[in-house]
Write a protein that binds this ligand. Sequence first.
Ligand code: NAP
Length: 247
Amino acid sequence: MRVLVLGGTTEARQLAGLLAGDARFQATLSLAGRTQVPAPQPLPTRVGGFGGAQGLVDYLRAESVQAVIDATHPFADRISANAEAACATAGVPLAVLTRRSWTAREGDDWRLVRTMDAAAGALTDLPDTVFLTVGRQELEPFLDLDRRFLVRVVDSPDILPAGAVVVLDRGPYTLDSEIALMRAHGVGTLVTKNSGGDATAAKLDAARALGLPVVMVDRPPAGTAPRFYAASDAMAWLAAHLSPTAA
Ligand code: NAP
């Protein structure tokens, strides 16, 4: 069975590992090409956009793709919308492999917002230093704010608020290292997207331990495709779509 995995996440890499070891599937991993040094992948990989939903339809047909797993980041809403539209047009089954949202716990002080602009607006009454962990493509709303910023990103950003201190890192992080970083930079407020997952959750534990407010940007709305939270469950869904001759 020919499978396309839309990736760029830990979840996609986990699924790629399972697919690479299963002779029933001939899978390709697709990356957007945003990361300068992408992690090694266990599957044949193609890099770059398809050219919108129609470009993806053309790719699915040209490559005779029989199933698509959208394992992109929860905030990668354009490629996910394109995948829904393209799979519907091409008649290819689609499922989503993602991670569960974080939820507030006792002791958390979360300010929930829907957009990055709203996150920037919510900072008015919150203390410096503002720790931005929103990704290098989401910094624009913070550019004109006269605040002290600590910005953590995987790759160097093209734009930055004036005077921002940048930390280049990709995690995973520990509670101790997050507390140490926040203390060292005098962090007073954390800003994050609700990406979910374990690899970067320690910042929320650290904010709780230090009594810091968190501006939490909510996820974009989910589509209608079936959703899985474990690579093994996505594999089971793929296996259920195998044609009798391929099984
Ligand atoms: P996006 O806004 O949803 O997508 C923008 C465009 O990038 C898409 O229309 C598509 O171009 C191309 N694209 C995105 N993901 C692709 C993929 N896996 N394979 C081929 N083309 C892809 O996406 P984004 O938020 O910029 O994220 C880009 C990549 O980084 C994704 O793979 C995502 O999983 C990963 N990532 C994103 C975040 C985040 O916070 N957004 C965090 C970590 C990792 P065409 O229209 O030309 O096909």
